[in-house]
Design a protein around this ligand. Structure first.
Ligand code: APR
Length: 311
């Protein structure tokens, strides 16, 4: 059977952490691909990680390249190619440039890794994953966007910070687009099985919801020169692991909705079951009228950005 193979398209901030995580967990051999002018830097990052393996007691191989032939027959492809936002920018401001990049990436992934499970990370996420799906012609279960895993991890982190309890015991779900209109479902959030509404007052909860919606921007502002990379990488690798190990985890992710939640022909954040068939199921949760209305707002926003792609 041999080892699994994971291709990382884009070897920048997120790409390099993805390589670290995949290699430390020995999920498979890792190929980091970037544009020709960054071929040496990704070769350097790969070599650095190769030289870390004796300390980690791991055996997988990590290589850097700018040649798509090297991603041949990858089991998983994770795409971070593109530019990140800078202070003052919204994710949607990246559409034009990242759309061009994803077109090129999609053609090459289709050619060299047609059977891969593809996780898109580049922003604006919901539109870029849609563009990948359209250009590549991949089946809908093999294309997914990384957003909800990160948004819900942020939501969990803030709940843990406000309650003072362990983030390990927090469970919650965020639906909708990867932007300021996302819908954190506080009604379903628990800490150690206890509804969060019994642990925190309304005002604190509203503050957490708002901070979750704006969490990416909070980090962009602090970094001053790029966007978050540790937690996005861990989120995407958690999704890859669920696929590679057939864990069937329920991970909020951008999956193609074809009527689920009343949404048609859009990739948007919904609870996805990820196993060896890719997105094996989208779980539909019964929503209140207020939650439905909030989901409609975020779906309309995503639809307007997708429309700009012209696809
Ligand atoms: N093919 C391959 N790689 C590309 C291409 C391309 N056509 N175009 C750009 N890249 C590479 C860049 O050279 C860079 O190394 O993608 C990498 C992106 O890395 P960073 O600029 O460090 O950005 P990062 O923080 O990793 O974020 C990547 O994920 O969260 C989103 O908004 C974020 O869209 C951004 C993406």
């Amino acid at each position: 059977m041999g080892r699994k193979k994971i291709a990382l398209i884009g070897g920048g901030q997120i790409g390099q952490i993805l390589a670290l995580l995949a290699s430390q967990k020995e999920l498979g051999d890792v190929v980091i691909l970037d544009i020709p002018q960054f071929e040496n830097p990704v070769k350097g990052k790969a070599l650095d990680l190769m030289e870390m393996r004796p300390l980690d007691n791991t055996s997988v191989n990590i290589t850097g390249t700018s040649d798509y032939a090297d991603i041949s027959d990858s089991d998983v492809v994770i795409i971070t190619a593109g530019v990140p936002r800078r202070p003052g920018m919204s994710r949607d401001d990246l559409l034009e440039i990242n759309l061009k990049i994803i077109g090129d990436v999609a053609e090459n992934v289709k050619k060299y890794a047609p059977d891969a499970f593809v996780i898109v990370v580049s922003n604006p996420l919901d539109a870029i994953v849609y563009a990948f799906y359209k250009v590549s012609g991949f089946s809908k279960n093999k294309v997914i966007g990384m957003a909800g895993a990160l948004d819900s991890s942020r939501f969990k982190a803030f709940i843990a910070m406000e309650t003072g309890y362990s983030p390990q015991d927090v469970q919650c779900l965020v639906l909708g687009g990867h932007g300021d209109t996302m819908v954190p479902l506080t009604r379903l959030a628990t800490v150690g099985g206890i509804p969060v509404t019994e642990l925190l007052d309304k005002e604190t909860i509203e503050g957490i919801e708002q901070r979750t919606r704006m969490a990416g921007g909070e980090i962009v502002k602090l970094l001053g020169n790029g966007s978050a990379f540790f937690s996005p990488a861990k989120s995407a690798m958690t999704m890859a692991e669920s696929y590679l190990l057939d864990q069937k985890r329920i991970i909020p992710s951008a999956g193609l909705c074809e009527g689920e939640y009343g949404i048609k022909d859009l990739f948007i954040g919904v609870p996805c079951v990820i196993g060896s068939d890719g997105i094996e199921k989208i779980i539909e949760v019964e929503l209140t009228a207020e939650e439905k209305a909030a989901l409609k707002v975020t779906a309309d926003h995503v639809a307007s950005v997708v429309e700009e792609t012209g696809l």
